[in-house]
Design a protein around this ligand. Structure first.
Ligand code: COA
Ligand code: AMP
Length: 636
């Protein structure tokens, strides 16, 4: 493969040729002859007549090709102090055994398996075992509470749910099983079997006969391990729920064939990682970054993936990341800017970096939220390696805009993730659908068809797929992000244009938090905005108006609402700040002026509303809005 420009132009002028060539990166049971099926626009399908197995590509073929003894997965828990290395042969053995167990519980091709687990190797084993059977996994992030888990279980209708007795967060053991039991009480759908990994820190009560112990299931599965089911390239590999603008999460579908090709391609050409290299993504398997770059891509590539259970700071200190790099000789690290900001806050001079040898590290990749120039600068200077921003979404599954470190690396511009990745036809459009001029901000859109690995649709909901993403501008996918392209073609992503907010690299819907606040009997109406935060990028802030006649203590109500959101959505919502206000500013048609509120909260100039009443409402709100910290990356 030659340079970026040639690859990019080839991918757009001849997608069938480009992605046909790249399909050789994957082992197929039946090689595809049809590369891109355009017969049902706006639905496009890649490799329609190809047949493969994702787990085979992640594990079996590497064992067959001489990597049996190479480390596939290094588990490093800063929470428990445990370190485990699993070779490709060992990981395959466990996956085949657990797939055997799942099969014995009735899981077959197309059946769903919900995985609600902390960052332990069993989570990876469960994902790959599901893939091995041609089943469809749906991983739910551990920071979600029972009601969110229940909504996902009811939508996915799994045959089996796999979970663990607990997760480990700084200073507390999070009992997962009671959350799962509560979720299943709320669910209309019931799984046939629940498999629980009992961890040393906490034993869960098992409800027989539904609940089965992981170790027992694994032993039984080992007596009849499962082989790889042959699936169509277009069959779903997983469904991952993500926040939309409404409270109902969107089930992003990922298919098997396009995913395997795109991720394998990305590992070498974007992330500069080859077979035998050591790669670490510090995220969580509950997010898309974890799916793609903790589990699938590094294993497709035959590299070693590090699975880290811990935080960037406080477990035990801001030097954990540097310890991991030194101990495991990590060559590429991928995390979110938030993690770097948290480290910078604790160790601004980088003293803990100096204590470690980071000579193995070639690149630091950051994504999940905007990389502010100060954080970029600090990381570049402190680590002395290229710091590579890359922009993408759960929907796309891999980077849309990035600096291709394995093609020909482009000059870095702070504040931009660089250039569009081959396969992504990136445009910035104004509200009428016209192309914006260089530097003119608009909606970032992708001309259809999207490349392999991106979402073919939403789970069981083609209509919502079209209405959410494809209906704004004919022939384009609407990313939901705003930004601009400069004279050199560099893309600058400035933030969401909808009601999605990004808290510590976690995507949340203000709509779903508002729904919880509005459910309180004292609340007449409410608004949630994402206000700038120095470490987390954004944090949610809630504003509620009381129902007439409700005399409640404002402080107690605010605390109650914080607890309610934690119970209903989960700690990940990170809502800590609720203000009781007398009114909310609205447009004439009754839409709350959330953007104006956010601008005031962030200390920016906000346009004054057209009516005197609105201006007065805003003036009254100003003190409550303005008690905010500087934006991400700002001086501490
Ligand atoms: N299970 C249960 N609870 C969880 C959880 C999990 N898997 N993950 C997070 N939580 C809890 C946290 O304990 C915290 O609870 P608290 O309010 O009682 O303190 C809450 O959810 C909010 O978590 P978080 O937003 O992560 O904040 P934090 O203060 O614990 O940590 C950072 C802040 C910056 C250190 C942390 O967010 C981080 O490491 N971010 C890296 C970014 C990242 O991984 N992004 C993923 C996409 S790339
Ligand atoms: P998620 O689907 O959780 O990965 O979140 C996707 C959203 O995170 C995007 O729509 C952006 O708003 C934001 N995002 C991710 N990566 C970047 C980046 N490199 N720069 C700016 N925003 C980003």
């Amino acid at each position: 493969m030659s340079g970026w420009r040639e690859a990019y132009e080839h991918s757009l002028s001849d997608p069938d040729g480009f992605w046909g060539e790249q399909s050789d990166l994957v082992s197929w049971f039946a090689k595809p002859n049809v590369i891109l099926d355009r017969s049902h626009p706006p639905f496009y399908r890649w490799y329609v007549d190809g047949r493969l197995n994702t787990c085979y590509n992640a594990l079996d073929r590497h064992v067959i090709n001489g990597r049996a003894d190479q480390a596939a997965l290094i588990y490093d828990s800063a929470m428990s102090g445990v370190q485990v290395t699993l070779s490709y042969a060992k990981l395959l053995e466990k996956v085949a055994a657990f797939a055997g167990a799942l099969r014995a519980f009735g899981v077959g091709p197309g059946d769903r398996v919900v995985i609600y687990m902390p960052m332990i190797p069993e989570a990876v084993v469960a994902m790959l075992a599901s893939a091995r059977l041609g089943a469809v996994h749906s991983v739910v992030f551990g920071g979600f509470a029972a009601a969110e888990l229940a909504a996902r279980i009811d939508d996915a209708q799994p045959t089996v749910v796999v979970s663990a007795s607990c997760g480990l967060e700084p200073g507390r053991v999070v009992a997962y099983k009671p959350l799962l039991d509560r979720a299943l009480e709320l669910c209309a759908h019931q799984p046939r079997v629940v498999v629980i990994k009992q961890r040393d820190e906490l034993a869960a009560d098992l409800i027989e006969p539904r609940d089965v112990d992981w170790d027992t299931a694994l032993r039984a599965g080992a007596t009849d391990p499962a082989g790889c089911a042959e699936v169509a390239a277009t069959d779903p590999l997983y469904v991952l729920y993500t926040s939309g603008t409404t409270g109902k999460p969107k089930g992003i579908v990922r298919d098997n064939g396009g995913h395997a090709v795109a991720l394998t391609w990305s590992m070498r050409h974007i992330f500069d990682i080859s077979a035998g290299d050591v790669w670490w993504t510090a995220s969580d398997v509950g997010w898309v970054v974890g799916h793609s770059y903790i589990v699938y891509a590094p294993l497709f590539a035959g590299s070693t993936t590090v699975l880290y259970e811990g935080k960037p700071v406080g477990t035990p200190d801001a030097g954990s990341f540097w310890r991991i790099i030194e101990e495991h000789r990590v060559e590429g690290l991928f995390t979110a800017p938030t993690a770097i900001r948290a480290i910078k806050k604790e160790d601004p001079e980088g003293a803990l970096v100096q204590r470690r040898s980071l000579d193995s590290l070639r690149n630091l990749f950051l994504a999940g939220e905007r990389l502010d120039p100060q954080t970029y600068q600090w990381a570049s200077e402190t680590l002395g390696v290229p710091v590579i921003d890359n922009w993408w979404q759960t929907e796309t599954g891999w980077p849309i805009v990035a600096n291709p470190r394995g093609l020909d690396p482009l000059p870095i511009k702070a504040g931009s993730p660089s250039m569009p990745v081959p396969g992504f036809d990136v445009h910035v459009l104004d509200e009428h659908g016209n192309a914006c001029q260089p530097h003119q901000e608009g909606a970032i859109c992708l001309r259809l068809p999207l490349p392999p690995g991106t979402l073919p649709t939403l789970y069981n909901d083609d209509d919502r797929y079209v209405s959410s993403y494809l209906s704004a501008f004919d022939g384009y996918y609407l990313s939901g992000d705003g930004g601009y392209i400069d004279d050199d073609g560099y893309v600058f992503v400035m933030g969401r244009t909808d009601d999605v907010i990004n808290v510590a690299g976690h995507r949340l819907s203000t709509g779903s938090i508002e729904a919880v606040l509005a459910s309180h009997p004292a609340v007449a109406e409410c608004a949630v905005i994402g206000a700038a935060d120095q470490v987390k990028g954004q944090i949610p802030r809630g504003f509620v108006v009381l129902k007439a006649g409700h005399e409640v203590d404002h402080q107690s109500l605010a605390s109650e609402l914080v607890v309610l959101v934690r119970e209903e959505i989960g700690p990940v919502a990170a809502l800590k700040d609720v203000s009781v206000v007398s009114a909310l500013p609205k447009t004439r048609s009754g839409k709350i002026l959330r953007k104006t509120m956010r601008q005031i909260a962030d200390g920016a100039e906000a346009p004054v509303p057209s009516t005197i009443e609105d201006a007065q409402v805003l003036e009254a709100l100003r003190p409550a809005l303005r008690k905010q910290q500087p934006a991400a990356g700002g001086d501490v």
